[in-house]
Design a protein around this ligand. Structure first.
Ligand code: EPS
Length: 337
């Protein structure tokens, strides 16, 4: 999907490490590893995570593409070690809501462990590291972001209490959050072809995060008249301004200079201490779903992952529009806009 800021990841949840190779980062970008590690920490420390988070202390290792802390234009290879690198037991009891069933049939795998290991949200650790590098690139142009949790389960305020209650019952919770990107130039994306639209690209990047079922750009327009929904334009000191941003910063698939607002809903984690009814693949008998340990709620982590995914799309689009081989060249192109 990404053409300029491209990357591939590999690694399993309990494998030796997670790795990514990023291609297309311009030269002379200073890579602040403290910033990347802090992003990894943000992803790990949300409320409601499993005991796995106490085992891991995610730290980035960069093995290529840098000289004296700056990119050279060569591919950047990064990795994160898994402290919980071990041989986990096989299992055959499908966990409804996970990739176990469809994955085992698709890849003809008898041991559902072979599905879990790659389908696991553990791989989002390396994606957050890639996204952190995209964020460092965007920061050169003053583009920054933040995120907020909007709802956990049915609750709009006391999120931690709600998570504690679910944990006591062996249950899990999803929720809704928003990510906001600021200082976006006009003109990222395009209305010319369906696969070039910025909202479509962002939706794909966020929808494909583990557990996401709904992505919204801006405010949900359902039930609102056009006269109340669209963001009217005004003149202030000869500049066009808007007083609302229901469109979430994208009109016709193109950024319009307002903040980009993305909202998403994550389903409750499907692995639960109070297991769901299911079927055992090997004996073909009804049983309870497999459980070792799980997160009660990962919405806080998901905010950080979504920030990272959107950063990759924006970096890619930014390079598409203002592209160059070095940061200096891109800054020149950007200034000339
Ligand atoms: C996950 C299951 C849990 C989570 C994991 C995602 O890990 P484990 O199988 O070791 O108990 O903690 O998330 C992470 C390890 C992480 O870093 O986010 C799953 O099945 O998706």
């Amino acid at each position: 999907m990404l053409n300029n800021f491209r990357f591939l990841t590999s690694g399993e949840s309990h494998g030796k490490s997670l790795t990514a190779i990023i291609d297309g980062i311009p030269s002379n970008l200073y890579i602040d590893t403290n910033f990347i590690n802090n992003e990894l920490k943000r992803r790990q420390t949300g409320y409601g995570r499993s005991q796995r988070m106490q085992l891991e202390s995610d730290l980035i290792e960069i093995t290529s593409g840098l000289h004296a802390g700056k990119t050279t234009g060569a591919p950047v290879c990064i990795s994160i070690k898994n402290n919980d690198f071990c041989e986990k037991p096989s299992f055959t009891k499908y966990r409804p809501g996970h990739a176990d069933y469809a994955g085992s049939i698709k890849y003809n795998l008898n041991d559902l462990r072979d599905v879990l290991e790659r389908a696991s949200a553990r791989k989002t650790a390396i994606e957050v590291a890639v996204g952190a590098i995209a964020k460092l690139f965007l920061k050169e142009f003053n583009i920054t972001c933040y995120s907020n949790i909007l709802q956990i389960g049915a609750e709009f305020e006391n999120f931690n209490e709600e998570i504690d209650k679910a944990k006591q019952c062996g249950d899990s919770l999803g929720g809704k959050f928003e990510v906001i990107y600021k200082n976006i130039p006009v003109g990222l994306g395009s209305y010319i072809q369906w696969d070039k639209m910025l909202d479509g690209k962002i939706a794909q990047a966020v929808m494909s995060i583990n557990g996401i079922k709904v992505v919204e750009i801006g405010n949900n327009p359902l039930g609102i008249n056009g006269s109340n929904y669209h963001d009217e334009m005004f003149l202030e000191n000869n500049k066009i301004i808007r007083k609302t941003n229901n469109a979430g910063g994208i009109e016709g698939g193109v950024s319009n200079g307002e903040n980009i607002i993305v909202k998403a809903i994550m389903k409750p984690i499907p692995t639960m201490a109070k297991p769901l009814k299911t079927v055992d693949k090997s004996s073909m008998t009804e049983c309870e779903a497999h459980f070792e340990r799980s997160d009660t709620c990962a919405v806080e982590a998901c905010c950080v992952i979504a920030e990272a995914r959107i950063a990759c799309v924006l970096a890619d689009e930014f390079l598409n529009k203002f592209g160059g081989d070095s940061i200096e060249e891109i800054k020149r192109n950007y200034k000339e806009l």
